[in-house]
Design a protein around this ligand. Structure first.
Ligand code: PBG
Length: 324
């Protein structure tokens, strides 16, 4: 009790560094990249200042820049030149992500871990994450699963080091695991978007990836932001099905979920600091209302403090610069 106990004793100068409980390292960062097959020079995403669509031919340069900053991993999202009802441009050997993976691996080999997002929404003409029954506008679960397996295998074949299914279809992890195993990719890990919420914070991403939908929404498969117990069940199921890493997405509005999952499960956990979380800070900074660098650091640190082992963030390069 005061006056014997003075908390301020440990807050000043070098001792503050000594007692710091959480640290952020460049090794915690995953750099997201939008590879776009329809452009031949980089194009800035209007709602995400500083983030670009990158042509396939230039993706290795972008990855090299990240590697030079010490960033260990990138995650690829594809923007294809053709879309159809089934999302057929998601699994061809010469489709956008498969080509991008090869470009990066040829250039950087083991110096960059390449993760691929496995979902259909960027490749379907209707923008949904699965097959659709157009009569009822239902997003069909089971018919979607084999396609996800096929996409994951095609990414692994191209050289992807890890796949990250984000479609929130039930059973997707076990189907992807067995598809990978059946095709001799038993050592390719799965990072599952286990607790992915139906969030308005994905708005700028849909702008960047051209994956907005023309009818309906994602609320029949993504989670209700009101639920927390359900996230535990989702994660438990994904782990049972074979997920090697579980993810919570978005990050900042769901720090309680990150904390709960970290407390409950022993497997490594990722958090996705999503597009809207990035754009909010950028917009406020552009208005001179917030100090961008400090807010970026404090946000990412809070995600680690909550329990995430790694963070997918559009700030990866900026944060890496700052940590240097
Ligand atoms: C689906 C996917 C989405 C994001 C990552 N993977 C969008 C969605 O569910 O609509 C969002 C990421 C972000 O907002 O930064 N392939």
């Amino acid at each position: 009790m005061f006056p014997e106990r003075r908390m301020r004793r440990l807050r000043n100068g070098k001792i503050r560094d000594l007692v710091r409980e959480t640290s952020l390292s460049v090794n915690d960062l995953i750099h997201p990249v939008f590879v776009n097959e329809t452009i031949d020079s980089v194009r800035e995403v209007a709602s995400m200042p500083g983030i670009f669509n990158v042509p396939v031919e230039m993706v290795a340069d972008d990855a090299k820049e990240a590697a030079d900053l010490g960033i260990p991993a990138i995650i690829l999202f594809g923007v294809p030149s053709t879309k159809d009802e089934k999302g057929s441009s998601a699994w061809g050997d010469d489709d956008v992500v498969q080509r991008a993976v090869r470009e990066i691996k040829n250039e950087l080999g083991k110096d960059m871990l390449v993760i691929t997002d496995v979902c259909l929404c960027e490749y379907t003409s209707h923008g949904h994450c699965g097959m659709v029954d157009f009569e009822t506008e239902e997003i069909l679960n089971d018919p979607t699963l084999p396609l996800l397996g096929k996409i994951a295998v095609s990414h692994a074949k191209a050289g992807a080091d890890m796949v990250a299914p984000s479609g929130m279809m039930d059973g997707m992890i076990s189907v992807i695991r067995s598809s990978l195993d059946d095709n001799n990719f038993k050592d390719v890990p799965i990072m599952s978007y286990a607790a992915k919420y139906s969030s308005a914070f994905y708005g700028p991403f849909r702008d960047a990836a051209g994956s907005g939908c023309c009818f309906g929404d994602r609320s029949t498969h993504q989670m209700d932001p009101a639920n927390s117990n359900e996230a535990l069940l989702e994660a438990a199921l994904d782990i049972e099905e074979g997920a090697d890493i579980i993810m919570v997405k978005p990050a900042l509005p769901y720090l309680d979920i990150i904390y709960r999952l970290k407390t409950e499960f022993e497997i490594p956990m990722a958090a996705y600091n999503v597009s809207g979380e990035y754009s909010m800070i950028k917009a406020a900074a552009q208005n001179g209302w917030l100090d961008e660098k400090k807010v970026m650091y404090e946000s990412l640190l809070s995600i680690k403090r909550a329990g995430a082992d790694m963070i997918i963030t559009y700030f990866a390069k900026d944060m890496a610069h700052m940590l240097k």
